[in-house]
Design a protein around this ligand. Structure first.
Ligand code: R7I
Ligand code: MG
Length: 298
């Protein structure tokens, strides 16, 4: 098992979560049907979460690290407007595509505060997988990947938290050692303890053992698609259902809110641990997901 294979598993988990989660915005799609083993009809188109994550993956596959200028350019040139991007991201990616410096475009967003959207967290799990067992590098690379679009500290903290979680579960997979839910959240809290995002993750730890309904009510489900109202619940769900990819995704669907993105984040972390098949990403779900773009394969 190489680090690039872990990264690929993470991208598969992320993109299947994104694509399946997005199906639940189609009227008539039922979670009880999914639980009963009858998923929605394929194909399941992926959204912006996957498009951006494929660019992140391609950086790691081809160069082994995040170069901010190259990543910003990749995001901007591969951006397909109908993939459901956040309103701030639409503006920023068009500006960068038209020649603006990403540093200025990201800093100018939202009246000069920078975006605190969950978009930096939604695409980052493959970085943690690639740096499994190396918390520091996972955190630094996550920060670099976030900054090219999201200048607000909450968005950067959210991305770091997700990448550290993926690096930690990747470490556990490689070593074969167990990983309790509280251990995983403690490892994240060692790195991200500040801001609303850090406070939310601490609250998520105190809610281990609660129901999906209670955890998502207390932590947020991304209905406001901000890092601090998305990442704490996703880490709760990933920690709680680390050994069962389908159950982890179903928890995101049951929670409602920004389902494609919560399922992308959770899927990207959990699949780093489970891989494909067995209790991992079901092969039938992989087949139902729209094929990844060519730049995100290989
Ligand atoms: O973060 P971003 O890429 O959005 C990702 C989300 C995911 O659910 C995707 O699947 C997609 O649906 O969108 O894009 P941004 O536009 O930067 O942030 C997302 C949203 O968060 C914005 O459209 C705003 O509604 C909100 N937001 C803010 N609101 C107030 N003040 C982000 N930053 C701010 C802020 O500073
Ligand atoms: Mg999306």
């Amino acid at each position: 098992m190489t680090h690039l294979q872990l990264c690929r598993d993470s991208l598969d988990g992320l993109s299947v979560g994104d694509a399946l989660g997005a199906q639940f915005f189609v009227p008539g799609t039922s979670v009880s049907e999914l639980v009963a083993g009858r998923p929605p009809a394929s194909p399941w188109p992926w959204t912006d979460d996957t498009e951006m994550a494929c660019s992140v993956f391609a950086e790691l596959r081809d160069f082994g690290k995040i170069d901010q200028d190259r990543l910003a350019s990749a995001f901007a040139h591969r951006y397909e407007p109908y993939r459901g991007y956040g309103a701030g991201s639409v503006v920023l990616l068009r500006q960068v595509r038209d020649g603006a410096a990403w540093q200025q475009a990201a800093a100018a967003a939202f009246d000069g505060k920078g975006s605190m959207g969950n978009g930096a967290a939604m695409r980052v799990a493959p970085i943690g997988a690639f740096h499994a067992g190396d918390t520091r590098t996972a955190a630094l690379e996550a920060m670099r990947s976030a900054e090219v679009t999201h200048a607000h500290p909450e968005a950067v903290l959210g991305a770091i938290a997700v990448a550290v979680a993926a690096a930690e579960v990747g470490r556990a997979r490689l070593s074969g050692a167990g990983l309790e839910p509280a251990q995983l959240l403690d490892a994240v809290l060692d790195v991200v303890a500040t801001g609303q995002t850090g406070a939310g993750i601490a609250r998520a730890r105190s809610l281990l053992g609660a129901s999906v309904a209670e955890a998502s009510y207390e932590l947020g489900n991304g209905a406001r698609p901000l890092a601090q109202t998305t990442v704490p619940f996703t880490l709760w769900a990933a920690a709680t259902y680390l050994h069962d990819y389908p159950r982890a995704i179903i928890a995101c669907i049951e929670a409602g809110g920004d389902v494609d993105t919560t399922a992308a984040i959770v899927g990207g972390i959990v699949a780093t641990f489970t891989g494909i098949g067995d209790h991992g990403v079901p092969r039938a779900w992989l087949t139902a997901r729209e094929p990844l773009p060519a730049f995100g394969t290989g």
